[in-house]
Design a protein around this ligand. Structure first.
Ligand code: NAP
Length: 320
């Protein structure tokens, strides 16, 4: 795919549920879309061991299986999927130019589905135990902790909301926060404090996650007293914020103060011909199914826009 001088009708950046669903819809509209996968084919969902809340799969399936099915379905209708990571975009000229490790790509329209990545704690044991007790998604993984003791790291709305959700399954949920007051809003704080299954550990950070082969305990440190101790636990749910993958578009697209791409209700970004779908523009719902829905909507919008502009003079392609 190096230095592909084809001008694509639509290029889709990102291969999670939003990107692959946009690809399906764009392919079925005969736009012959190109999906550029990014670092991980499938995005965040590909790291989830079991997906039980995607409609149409009553028995559940693994994240990689869902991604594979979505890719197969998009390819069946003519989508191309290429493994590359884009390093640079130029949205100031048409066609848009995207520069990846394998070369340049050109597009009349662009759908950005680069997603968001959960902020990591950055402690030893965290990467090793992802999917084996370490999780960034209570909705995805909470079910596997029925009658277990779990800890939730963070003091914001996400941490409290997810901790409350986890009490449906877990025997005890302990929220570990690095300060002695919560960032979360009043209502969630009240609900969490009143929940008998929720306990709090204040002024404390996790310094290490232990286990073999699944999580068994964490090392903790009180940041005020310096006291350290080991706490047994079955699961570590980390909700310390998300980082939208929008750095490529800084200075070219409108981005909010949390790093999310700003879109209107038709998922248009601030540059005509560029749409965004999924977690790159959604700090609220953050589900595979909501991202997939947004991907479909963005592809429909792109198709309509391309149809309205098809009579316009083909822009000159300047390669090199
Ligand atoms: P957030 O508001 O940024 O909170 C992140 C939490 O993680 C903070 O308590 C922070 O501690 C802690 N934290 C950050 N880095 C840490 C680290 N390295 N080690 C330990 N703790 C760390 O993120 P969020 O909770 O994901 O919320 C994001 C946005 O979505 C917010 O605007 C929120 O209001 C919104 N949201 C709303 C709802 C709702 O209304 N129901 C639900 C979810 C999210 P400090 O407090 O000390 O900084």
């Amino acid at each position: 795919m190096a230095n592909d001088t084809t001008i694509r009708e639509t290029v889709i950046l990102g291969s999670g549920p939003a990107g692959l669903t946009a690809a399906l819809y764009a392919a079925r509209a005969n736009l012959k879309p190109l999906v550029i996968t990014g670092n991980e084919l499938g995005g965040q969902i590909a790291t989830t061991t079991e997906v039980e809340n995607f409609p149409g799969f009553p028995q559940g399936l693994t994240g990689p299986e869902l991604v594979e099915k979505m890719q197969e379905q998009a390819e069946r209708f003519g989508a191309d999927v290429t493994i590359d990571t884009i390093q640079q975009v130029d949205l100031s000229r048409r066609p848009f130019r995207l520069t990846g490790h394998s070369g340049d790509y050109y597009a009349k329209s662009l759908i950005i589905t680069t997603g968001a990545s959960p902020r990591k704690l950055g402690v030893p044991g965290e990467p090793e135990f992802v999917g084996r007790g370490v999780s960034y998604c209570a909705t995805c993984d909470g079910f596997f902790f029925r009658d277990k003791d779990v800890v939730v790291i963070g003091g914001g709305d996400s941490a409290l909301q997810e901790a409350i959700f986890l009490t449906k399954f877990a025997r005890q949920v302990t929220i570990i926060h690095r300060r002695d007051s919560l960032r979360a809003g009043y209502t969630l704080q009240e609900r969490a404090r009143k929940n008998e299954k929720i306990a709090f550990i204040w002024d404390t950070v996790v310094t290490k996650i232990n286990g073999d082969p699944v999580v068994t305990s964490i090392e903790l440190k009180n940041v005020k007293t310096g006291e350290t101790w080991t706490r047994p636990t079955d699961g570590v749910f980390i909700f310390i914020g998300h980082l939208p993958n929008s750095y490529l578009f800084q200075g070219q697209l409108a981005i909010d103060d949390q790093g999310y791409l700003i879109t209107d209700k038709e998922l248009r970004t601030s540059v005509e011909g560029v749409w965004a779908a999924g977690e790159i523009t959604d700090p609220i719902f953050k589900q595979a199914i909501t991202s997939a829905g947004m991907g479909a909507a963005a592809a429909i919008a792109a198709e309509r826009w391309l149809a309205e502009h098809e009579d316009e003079t083909e822009p000159a392609l300047v390669v090199g």
